[in-house]
Ligand binder design. Structure first.
Ligand code: 5AD
Ligand code: SF4
Length: 479
């Protein structure tokens, strides 16, 4: 399973943990539903870890739960609308089960706390992304008959010592958080307000977590953060704007961290998400090129192909800079593939700006894109400074155009894979047929192939025979 970004099929997925063994105490039942990006899904695993140590077990059906948490996303307006509807459904359950506790976690917490708790009385508890250690206390407060809230954002919290309980997992791929928060202030983005300032996690705890996963049979880790290549460990706390020479000498950079994780085992694949083009340095590309187990795939969100828009978006790079980075990636790793994020209809976007996005997509040859209409978010730079002036129909028309183009680019690119042989990590039985496995190649492309005598977690060579725009299908090589 992969949910590197906003995988639609996973939105709202319930998360599940195995029951602790030999427990005679009556465990309370927790149901967590997650929305948004991979960071949020990873956070739900931290929440599950904290609460399973405090008298809870997780359940898959919300009807059975004593506590229901919705881990929420604020990135676009429609993400919030969806969550709100879900919370209204859960509130209905309290009619038949008055002791049921319903809570909101994650990115909507800070923004909508008073609305949810007081005005609409939708929930009993609101907890922001840096306050999960406080959950057992907050639940106790609610049981004592009060509402509970903690949305304090932290300068230090990285949950470094908490070993996440892996939820809803295939036992092969796992996410490992390496940074929290974001200091970039892109004009459209609400994340700095919902998740706070950027902090890096102690490198040794990351390596230990990766090693532990490997020993438990996992074969792929994805290092996670809002902006992973800005990772810098200088001993904890907020990222320093101007670290001293001595601090830098003793620091760990993202390239160094990647090197350390790649060394855990040649059989452990390493991926990362998400990188910011302005921080994409050659040292990272060098490390990627050096290790066969670091996947040759980079998700590098461009947002727009127009330098005017990029400047307004406060992205810190130009079209030319981005294309130079694409060239550098191909220079270090001719076999590397890329994907991106695109926003259509940002404030003041003209037909010409849009045409530049279209041409950049063609020039870069992304194998996949996450594409969105601009959605104005409260408190952001764009909300304060610019008018959201591109009409809805034009936003939608441009979005459809980039979606159609990406579909075409992906298909054409996949056709080129026919006849090639890839190493594929076996992840799960194919959803369509029990005789086939599903896995991914180094380029993060889903590959479907016959089971043979292989099992989950094996590496298999597959020769591609067919494709769609989304998946590759093949036969076992050398058999
Ligand atoms: N409107 C539309 N898309 C957005 N994204 C972030 N903020 C907004 C917004 N206000 C997109 C960006 C980002 C991805 C995670 O979500 O493309 O890279
Ligand atoms: Fe993730 Fe951003 Fe959505 Fe929060 S608002 S869940 S950080 S995408």
């Amino acid at each position: 399973m992969t949910h590197s970004q906003h995988d639609e099929s996973l939105q709202g997925t319930a998360t599940l943990v195995d029951k602790p063994i030999h427990s005679d105490i009556q465990l309370r039942k927790l149901y967590i539903e997650s929305y948004g990006c991979a960071m949020n899904f990873a956070d739900s695993e931290i929440v599950a870890s904290i609460l399973t140590k405090n008298g809870f077990e997780t359940v898959k059906e919300f009807e059975k739960a004593d506590v229901i948490f919705v881990n929420t996303c604020s990135i676009r307006d429609n993400a919030e609308t969806r969550v709100r509807k879900r919370l209204t459904d859960f509130r209905q359950l309290k009619r038949t089960n008055p002791s049921l506790i319903v809570g909101v976690l994650g990115c909507m917490a800070e923004r909508l706390k008073s609305q949810f708790l007081e005005e609409e009385q939708l929930v009993d508890i609101v907890v922001g992304p840096d306050a999960y250690r406080d959950l057992p206390n907050l639940i106790e407060t609610v049981e004592g008959g009060q509402k509970a809230v903690n949305v304090i954002l932290s300068k230090e919290e990285t949950y470094a010592d908490i070993s996440p309980v892996r939820l809803d997992t295939n036992g092969v791929c796992a996410f490992v958080s390496i940074t929290r928060g974001c200091d970039n202030m892109c004009a459209f983005c609400v994340v700095p307000f919902t998740r706070g300032r950027e902090r890096s996690r102690e490198p040794q705890t990351i390596v230990n977590e990766a090693r532990d996963l490997f020993l438990r049979g996992y074969r792929e880790v994805t290092l996670l953060g809002q902006n992973v290549n800005s990772y810098l460990w200088t001993g904890g706390g907020l990222k320093k704007d101007n670290p001293s020479k001595e601090e830098l000498e003793n620091a760990t950079t993202f390239a160094q961290l990647l090197d350390m994780v790649a060394k855990v085992s040649p059989l452990l694949r390493v991926r990362y998400s998400t990188s910011h083009p302005k921080d994409m340095q050659n040292d990272v590309l060098e490390v990627m090129a050096k290790y066969p187990n670091i996947c040759k795939y980079i998700h590098l969100p461009v947002q727009s192909g127009s330098s005017t828009m990029l400047d307004k978006m406060n992205r810190g790079y130009t079209r030319e800079w981005y294309l130079e980075r694409v060239a550098a990636i191909k220079h270090y790793m001719p076999n590397c593939e890329m994907s991106t994020d695109i926003i259509t209809g940002f404030c003041g976007e003209t037909d010409e700006d849009h045409a530049q996005t279209v041409s950049l997509m063609k020039e870069s040859g992304f194998i996949m894109s996450y594409m969105f209409k601009y959605s104005e978010r409260p408190k952001t730079l764009a909300e304060r400074k610019f008018k959201d002036d591109v009409p809805e129909e034009i936003k939608a028309k441009r979005l459809q155009e980039v979606i159609d183009l990406q579909h075409e680019l992906s298909h054409q690119r996949n056709i080129k894979d026919i006849g090639k042989t890839f190493e594929v990590l076996v992840e799960s039985v194919s959803k369509r047929s029990a005789d086939f496995y599903s896995g991914r190649n180094t380029h993060n492309k889903v590959v479907i192939f016959p089971k043979g005598n292989y099992k989950k977690g094996d590496y298999v060579h597959v020769t591609i025979t067919e494709c769609s725009s989304a998946t590759l299908k093949g036969v076992l090589a050398n058999e």
